[in-house]
Design a protein. Structure first.
Length: 82
């Protein structure tokens, strides 16, 4: 298993949907690759922090501004439709 293979399976790993034979490969890779071990550890800690956090409802105007800013970053500014 390569680091790319590991990263591609990371979501499945956390969702618990990695088949047992592939899970053995993932665990072996983590044991041999310090970089992927750090990625797994950091991701695990991040998930655990957010699982315990309270949800915060944004005011509608802030939510709209945030969504617009994210879309501009991801897709670039939208052209206005005439």
């Amino acid at each position: 298993m390569t680091c790319t293979d590991f990263l591609a399976k990371l979501t499945d790993f956390f969702d618990g949907v990695v088949p047992p034979e592939l899970l053995a490969e993932v665990n072996q890779h983590i044991a041999e690759c310090k970089h992927c071990e750090v990625v797994l550890d950091s991701t695990t800690k991040t998930i655990n922090i957010y699982r315990g956090a309270e949800l915060y409802d944004f005011p509608p105007e802030l939510q709209t501004r945030l969504e617009s800013a994210i879309m501009v970053r991801c897709c670039g500014p939208r052209e206005s439709h005439k």
